[in-house]
Design a binder for this molecule. Structure first.
Ligand code: C2O
Length: 547
C-alpha cells in the first residue's frame, strides 16, 4: 500500500439551511466534510488542526485500528481532545477491510456537523465480488439542527429532560423539498439508463434509525460496515446510526418518463427523541431533449414508524459471503461470555433543583448492566498504558452479568436508578468473546444501535423477549453470520455477538444514538497485550494531546 496524507483544518463556517444561517464547526469549511479515500493496505496520515473554540477529536468509525489504538479518536477513551490551537496526526493502516465507512467528531454532539465518508477501495489488482459499477456515489444521511447541537445536549444533561429534536434529516447535508424553505437544498442523483450505480449509504444521523427507499427502483445490498455480504434485493432498507450499507442501483434500460423521489424517515420504537419528518432527494434520468417539467414525480412507500417486524426481517437477511477468499472467521468456541442489559433508566434529581426527567424528581439516564458510563478526566488508553496513572481514573469491575437479573421485557422492578461509573472489562489478548445485548423496557422498549470500536463482530443470533441461555444458543448461526461494527439491539429483544479480541488497547462500546451515549449508554474493554512483539500496542505518538 501507499501512504495518503490529508489535512483537516477544523474551522467555523456559515451555513444556511431551512432559511436559517448559523456558524457551524466544519472540516476545511465543508459540510458534510471531505471524502477520505484509500485502498486496502494503504496508510492514512491525517493531520487535524483545531482552529475553533471547541475541543475536538476525530474517530475513524469502523476502522479496525490494529495495534494503532492511539489513532482511534474517541475523546477521553483513546486520547484527550485536541484543544484550540493544537493539532494531532492520526496515523493508521487499513488492514483487511474494503468498503464504505465514515469519520466523525467524537466529543459531545459535534458530529452533527463534523462527519464525512471514508471510502476503502479494494487493492489495486482486485475487483469487487459483484458487477463493476458504472459510478460510485456516497450518500450520507444526517440531521440538521437550527440550534447549536452542543447547547442542545448540554441543556438536556442539566435539566435531565429529553433534548430538543433536530429540525431536518439530510442527504449529503441537504434537507430537500419536504421542509419549509428548503426546495433549493435538494440532493439530486443524475443517472443514465441501463447502468449500475454503487450507492454508498452512511447513516451519520445523531439519534435516528432511518428507512430509505427510491420510488420504483429496487436495490441490491452487497456490503455492510465495509464487509461484503451475500447479495439480496430490497425495496426499502433500514440503517442505524453508525451503519454503512452499499447497494447496487440498476437503472432502467430506457429513460422513463418520470422522476423518482428517494426518501428517508425514522424507524423509532422508544419514547422518542426524534422528529417524524422526511428527507427527500431526487433520482433523475439524464435525457437529451424531453422536458423534465412534464414528468410525473413518483414517491416510494415507507414502512410505519414503528415497523419492528419489518426491521427484524430485514436485518435477518444479512449474511457473510463466507467464501475461501472472504471467510467468516466466527469464533466457534467461546472463552468468555457476557450478558449486558442496555436501556434507559433514571438518575435522582439533585436536591433544590427541578428536573425535567421522566418525573420531576428524576433525570434521564442510560446504562449497561445498570452502570451509566462516566467519562474520565484523562484518556483511558493513556491511563492503561502508563499504568501508574490508572488509579482513580477507572475501575476494572464492569460486571459480566447484571447484578440483579429481572424480567427485562416485562414490568420493570421498582428500583431502576442507575449508578455512575467508569468501569471497564479486562480481557487477555486473543480471548474469544460472546456478548448478549439485551434491551430493557424500564422506560419502554427501544432499539439501540450498539457500536464496538477496534473490532468487527459476528451477529450470531437475535430474538424478541428475554434471551434464553438454554434454548437460544443452539440456534446461533456460526456459519455465515453478518460481520459488522454496529448492530441494532432489537426493541424488546436481544442480539448475540462474537469477536476474537486480537487487538490490544482500550475500546469503547456504546449506543450510537448520541443522546443515549451522552446519558451513559456505554462501557469499555481493555484488551491486554499478547506475548509476541506483534501482539503489543506500541507507545503513543509524541503529539498525543494532553488533557
Ligand atoms: Cu461512530 Cu464511538 O462512534
Amino acid at each position: 500500500g501507499i501512504t495518503r496524507h490529508y489535512t483537516f483544518n477544523i474551522k467555523l463556517k456559515n451555513i444556511t439551511r431551512l432559511c436559517h444561517t448559523k456558524s457551524i464547526v466544519t472540516v476545511n469549511g465543508k459540510f458534510p466534510g471531505p471524502r477520505v479515500i484509500a485502498r486496502e493496505g494503504d496508510r492514512l496520515v491525517v493531520k487535524v488542526v483545531n482552529h475553533v473554540p471547541n475541543n475536538i477529536s476525530i474517530h475513524w468509525h469502523g476502522v479496525r485500528q490494529l495495534r494503532s489504538g492511539w489513532a482511534d479518536g474517541p475523546s477521553y477513551i483513546t486520547q484527550c481532545p485536541i484543544q484550540t490551537g493544537h493539532s494531532y496526526v492520526y496515523n493508521f493502516t487499513i488492514t483487511g477491510q474494503r468498503g464504505t465507512l465514515f469519520w466523525h467528531a467524537h466529543i459531545s454532539w459535534l458530529r452533527a456537523t463534523v462527519y464525512g465518508p471514508l471510502i476503502i477501495l479494494p487493492r489495486q489488482n482486485e475487483s469487487y465480488p459483484f458487477v463493476k459499477p458504472y459510478k460510485e456515489v456516497p450518500i450520507l444521511f444526517g440531521e440538521w439542527f437550527n440550534a447549536d447541537p452542543e447547547a442542545v445536549i448540554n441543556q438536556s444533561l442539566q435539566t435531565g429532560g429529553g433534548p430538543n429534536v433536530s429540525d431536518a434529516y439530510t442527504f449529503n447535508g441537504l434537507p430537500g423539498p419536504l421542509y419549509n424553505c428548503s426546495a433549493k437544498d435538494t440532493y439530486k442523483l443524475k443517472v443514465k439508463p441501463g447502468k449500475t450505480y454503487l450507492l454508498r449509504l452512511i447513516n451519520a444521523a445523531l439519534n435516528d434509525e432511518l428507512f430509505f427507499s427510491i420510488a420504483d427502483h429496487s436495490l441490491t445490498v452487497v456490503e455492510a460496515d465495509a464487509v461484503y455480504v451475500k447479495p439480496f434485493e430490497i425495496n426499502v432498507l433500514m440503517i442505524t446510526p453508525g451503519q454503512t450499507t452499499n447497494v447496487l442501483l440498476k437503472t432502467k434500460p430506457k429513460a422513463p418518463n418520470a422522476t423518482f423521489l428517494m426518501l428517508a424517515r425514522p424507524y423509532a420504537t422508544g419514547m422518542g427523541t426524534f422528529d417524524n419528518t422526511t428527507v427527500a432527494g431526487i433520482l433523475e434520468y439524464e435525457t437529451p431533449s424531453s422536458s423534465l417539467k412534464n414528468r410525473p414525480l413518483l414517491k416510494p412507500g415507507l414502512p410505519a414508524i414503528n415497523a419492528t417486524n419489518f426491521v427484524a426481517n430485514f436485518t435477518s437477511k444479512f449474511r457473510s459471503l463466507a467464501t475461501a477468499k472472504f471467510p467468516a472467521n466466527v469464533p466457534q468456541i467461546v472463552d468468555k461470555k457476557f450478558f449486558f442489559t442496555v436501556g434507559l433508566g433514571t438518575k435522582p434529581c439533585p436536591k433544590n433543583q427541578t428536573c425535567q426527567g421522566p418525573t420531576n424528581t428524576t433525570k434521564f439516564a442510560a446504562s449497561m448492566n445498570n452502570i451509566s458510563f462516566a467519562l474520565p478526566r484523562i484518556a483511558l488508553l493513556q491511563s492503561h498504558f502508563f499504568s501508574q496513572y490508572s488509579k482513580g481514573v477507572y475501575t476494572t469491575d464492569f460486571p459480566a452479568f447484571p447484578l440483579i437479573p429481572f424480567n427485562y421485557t416485562g414490568t420493570p422492578p421498582n428500583n431502576t436508578v442507575v449508578n455512575n461509573g467508569t468501569k471497564l472489562v479486562v480481557i487477555p489478548f486473543n480471548t474469544s468473546v460472546e456478548v448478549v445485548l439485551q434491551d430493557t423496557s424500564i422506560l419502554g422498549a427501544e432499539s439501540h444501535p450498539l457500536h464496538l470500536h477496534g473490532y468487527n463482530f459476528y451477529v450470531v443470533g437475535q430474538g424478541f423477549g428475554n434471551f434464553d441461555p438454554e434454548n437460544d444458543p443452539p440456534k446461533f448461526n456460526l456459519v455465515d453470520p453478518v460481520e459488522r461494527n454496529t448492530v441494532g439491539v432489537p426493541s424488546g429483544g436481544w442480539v448475540a455477538i462474537r469477536f476474537q479480541a486480537d487487538n490490544p488497547g482500550v475500546w469503547l462500546m456504546h449506543c450510537h444514538f448520541d443522546v443515549h451515549q451522552s446519558w451513559g449508554l456505554g462501557m469499555a474493554w481493555v484488551v491486554l497485550d499478547g506475548e509476541l512483539p506483534n501482539q503489543k500496542l506500541p507507545p503513543p505518538p509524541s503529539d498525543l494531546p494532553k488533557c
